[in-house]
Design a protein. Structure first.
Length: 80
């Protein structure tokens, strides 16, 4: 499982992305976003089939978060 967390301090907003493999070797991308000071936010799940698709998605997400004023505050990458 890989987990990435971004924070926009100026707007008090967060964004989290988790990458998990399931039993059928599909790769699930779970992402959540919202406010740090209220319960407002959302979530979305998508399924991809290759590690290459995961890397492309993460690269696009990092670029998008940076362009919108978010800082990467943590990433946890575990093997397995």
């Amino acid at each position: 499982m890989n987990t990435y967390r971004w924070l926009n301090k100026e707007k008090s907003r967060y964004y989290t992305l988790e990458v998990k493999k399931d039993e059928s070797n599909s790769i699930n991308l779970y992402y959540r976003w919202g406010s740090c000071i209220s319960n407002r936010g959302g979530k979305k799940n998508i399924v991809v089939s290759t590690e290459e698709e995961v890397q492309i998605f993460i690269h696009q997400m990092m670029k998008r978060r940076k362009n919108r004023g978010y800082d990467l505050i943590g990433s946890l990458i575990s093997k397995g």
